[in-house]
Design a protein around this ligand. Structure first.
Ligand code: SF4
Length: 346
């Protein structure tokens, strides 16, 4: 059974993030009838990799003082980036925009060896906030390139994570951007082909891509372990559990956040009548609420909970004061900070 509890939104600050473990989907029978209601997906929001990356920048600011530099957005969330910018972080696209010798943090999405080399050439003091689960995919790419495999990297063209992973073995990696790209793949030896993936993809679409790849290359090998990370999978499972009940799903997250955009797609695919992505409560269009009884709320892995609270408060003002958690997993994973900041962990 999915865990379901009811409480008034005015008590929202007391909502525990994880209220139980339930693996099966389906919320209908346990829910109260009548009136407007909100289903609140659990888990949602910050994952262990984002928490570590944001804390890395905060601790680097404490230790080294402003300004410090961050290559790319530390995580893909407008609120997080704007808040850190206010504290003295300068976000740059490339390391050649960082003054020689300055402190630069690499984002949670990871960087290629070429970026490390370029930073070293400018004597930058680098702090690597790459999520350990992204690093794991880098290690896989290096290992299978060493064994001379063709590596089919399923992911979105232009995404920073994909650029970093592909950069580990550019001679061996081909990007496969969804099922429609499978026909364009060519390999040298069909007996030595493996697929890897970006960590934040739709599980279902990725499996479709893999199936089509396997039709072309029957000996295709699977990754040693799941590349789509636990947080991406858990958030998709939670949204699938509540979506069939929902007239509307609101996903809190930024447009450049891959896992947030996937949650909108998963909600629609699982039966939500409508689904929208918003960065802030002020972006919720009251017209979306016309005739709507049940609203599902979730948030991407880079979204601080304060932004979800803002949406809940806005919805309460429109009569959606009853909030019912829909819990499909309990997350307890925590990653340690980069070594040089470890003694500074709060
Ligand atoms: S979404 Fe997954 S891979 Fe990305 S930072 Fe979070 S835990 Fe790491």
């Amino acid at each position: 059974m999915v865990a379901v509890r009811t409480y008034p939104v005015g008590m929202s600050s007391a909502i525990p993030l994880n209220v139980g473990i339930a693996r099966s989907a389906g919320v209908g029978n346990a829910l109260a009838d009548g009136g407007k209601r909100v289903l609140l997906a659990e888990p949602r929001g910050y994952c262990a990799g984002v928490d570590r990356a944001v804390e890395t920048v905060e601790k680097a600011l404490d230790k080294h003082g402003a300004p410090i530099y961050v290559r790319k957005e530390i995580v893909h969330n407008r609120h997080v980036v704007e808040t850190l910018r206010d504290r003295g972080v300068i976000f740059v696209d490339e390391t050649d925009q960082v003054p020689e010798g300055a402190v630069v943090v690499f984002s949670a999405h990871g960087v290629s060896p070429a970026v490390h080399a370029s930073a070293a050439a400018r004597s930058l003091h680098t702090i690597d906030a790459t999520c350990p689960l992204v690093t794991k995919v880098h290690q896989e790419a290096k290992r299978f390139a060493r064994d001379d495999y063709d590596i089919l990297l399923i992911g979105h063209e232009g995404h920073e994570e994909v650029e970093g992973t592909a950069g580990e073995a550019p001679e061996h990696v081909q990007l496969v951007d969804g099922p429609g790209a499978v026909d364009n793949v060519n390999v040298r030896d069909e007996s030595k082909v493996i697929w890897l993936s970006q960590t934040t993809l739709s599980v279902d679409e990725t499996m479709e891509t893999v199936q089509r790849l396997r039709e072309r290359f029957p000996a295709l090998q699977d990754p040693p372990s799941d590349d789509i990370c636990y947080a991406t999978q858990n958030r998709q499972v939670a949204v699938k559990a509540m979506a069939p009940e929902c007239d509307l799903v609101i996903v809190v997250g930024s447009r450049n956040s891959s896992n947030s955009v996937r949650l909108v797609e998963v909600a629609l695919g699982a039966g939500a009548k409508a689904a929208y992505l918003v960065d802030f409560a002020r972006e919720v269009d009251p017209a979306w609420l016309d005739g709507v009884r049940t609203i599902g709320i979730t948030s991407g892995a880079s979204v601080p909970e304060i932004l979800v609270r803002g949406v809940l408060d806005m919805l309460a003002e429109h009569g959606y004061g009853e909030v019912q958690p829909v819990t499909t997993a309990n997350e307890t994973l925590v990653f340690s900070l980069p070594r040089e900041l470890r003694d500074a962990r709060r």
